[in-house]
Design a protein around this ligand. Sequence first.
Ligand code: AMP
Length: 217
Amino acid sequence: MAKRLLLFGPPGVGKGTHSKRLAADLGVPHVATGDMFREAAGRKTAVGLEVGGYMDRGVLVPDALVLAILEDRLARRDTVDGYLLDGFPRTVPQAEALARLMTMAGTRLDRILSLEAPEDTLVKRIAGRFTCEGCQASYNRFYLAPKVAGVCDRCGGRLFQRRDDAEATVRQRLTEYLARTAPVLQFFKTQDWPLRSIVSLGVVDEIYGRIRQAVEA
Ligand code: AMP
């Protein structure tokens, strides 16, 4: 079965929710640049403070910083048999760098899963989104509410809203997506990468079923 995977799509399309589940089911590490940056920002290292500034404004972190952290992560032994990339690449130069990395490693991606949904759905999903501070599980007050408001079903941890999920920042992130990340799809198409489109609308389990089918087909 496909083991080197990439989940692609705009903010709010469900990349985080589905990629955590898919990575766990397939037994591969979930490599999410956004999570790595949030962790660095939380530790308040020099790099963390710098990336935190970009994230709070809803703009992309510069390619050089992203590539440094990503190359480091993919060099770790746990990625030898596969991984699931989430939130990378987000610019054409990042996609070109990934292509070079894969050529050097003599590997290729088995699937690129492109999640798609209309913009008003994306905004609603982000505005309703909450994450558990304990186990990082994702919830949504419109689509996937916890049994008790503000409390994680799985571990009882407190649920919080991401700082960059405030409405003005969300609009900025969507603008960045259209201008800088959407062209990456074109790059994948012209390079003949194994791209599959998935409609990310409906019940969470149904969407996940479509993703599993696309991975296994
Ligand atoms: P995410 O959790 O994937 O929505 O990412 C949150 C924020 O981290 C984004 O809005 C960007 O500021 C930054 N970020 C994450 N991944 C990348 C990337 N590949 N390139 C540039 N910025 C990124």
